[in-house]
Write a protein of this length. Structure first.
Length: 283
């Protein structure tokens, strides 16, 4: 495994792989890698011959008062994880490398970025889309791999790639969960023992929503009420949103019709947890 800290270095390594006829896969991350990230690396390895993992805590997707400074950066552990997972190159640039001058060009994906997390994190998806566009231009992958846990992010990136005719495939992989259902996230380590004990209620609220749909419920307000009842079992959990949206456009729905994404965000102590499931009613 090789480590590239500059744009020139990673481009050189990818060029060598291209000359060998290898298919390039990119897994963009902010580090603090867990089994969810490893599942993306494995998916990239299965679909591609040359896997690049980027590790970059992107400052432009954090808003004022968010956890940019506190975000975990266990680089030695992350490199070990990548090495064990068979990664070919880790691209670990500095902020000065990624933003060599004040950024004047930004990527905004209209409509998909304003709801859900976009309501409480204005500018977040502009930062996400812009850094992903930069990574795609730097690495030039054939495919890039994202997790369904960040369902809105995946939809934003897919639409960006489609609308801007980017020559790569966006692959969205299933959410990886702990045994009790909690979606794996680098921010889970912010949870205290007491908070971690009630955190599985987030996924249980989604299970309750799925069960309601399976029983024939199509009214979104009724589905949200089922979710609130589950989350209300702990006073520690502060819901931010409970939404049912079109999985591609992120449009908020009032009735379940066809394939939808049911999404939730909560505050639990200092952690903000998000999760979602994709549901398609039988009729």
């Amino acid at each position: 495994m090789q480590i590239a800290e500059t744009i020139e270095a990673v481009r050189s390594l990818v060029s060598q792989a291209r000359r060998q006829g290898r298919r390039v896969g990119l897994v963009p991350t902010m580090g603090a890698l867990h089994r969810g990230h490893v599942s993306l690396i494995e998916a990239a390895g299965a679909a591609c011959d040359f896997v690049v993992v980027s590790i970059f805590v992107n400052p432009t997707q954090f808003g004022p008062g968010e956890d940019f400074q506190a975000y975990p950066r266990p680089m030695d552990e992350d490199l070990r994880t990548c090495r064990e997972a068979g990664v070919d190159v880790v691209f670990a640039p500095s902020a000065k490398q990624m933003y060599r001058r004040p950024q004047k060009a930004w990527v905004d994906v209209e409509g998909l970025a304003e709801g859900l997390c976009g309501r409480s994190r204005p500018g977040h998806f502009r930062g996400v889309a812009t850094v992903c566009a930069k990574l795609f231009n730097i690495v030039g992958p054939d495919a890039a791999f994202f997790g369904q846990k960040d369902g809105q992010q995946a939809a934003v990136i897919r639409r960006m790639a489609e609308d801007l005719d980017m020559p790569l495939e966006i692959v969205v992989c299933p959410t990886v969960r702990e045994a009790d259902g909690l979606a794996m996230s680098s921010r889970n380590q912010y949870l205290t023992a007491r908070e971690r004990a009630v955190a599985p209620l987030v996924y249980k609220s989604l299970e309750a929503a799925r069960a309601a749909v399976d029983k024939g419920e199509r009214n979104v307000e009724a589905i949200q009420e089922q979710m609130r009842r589950v989350l209300g079992q702990s006073e520690l959990i502060q819901p931010e949103y409970l939404s049912v949206v079109d999985g591609r456009t992120m449009e908020e729905l009032k009735q379940v019709a066809g394939r939808v994404m049911i999404a939730v965000a909560v505050r639990l102590g200092t952690a903000r947890l998000i999760d979602n499931i994709v549901v398609e009613p039988a009729s």
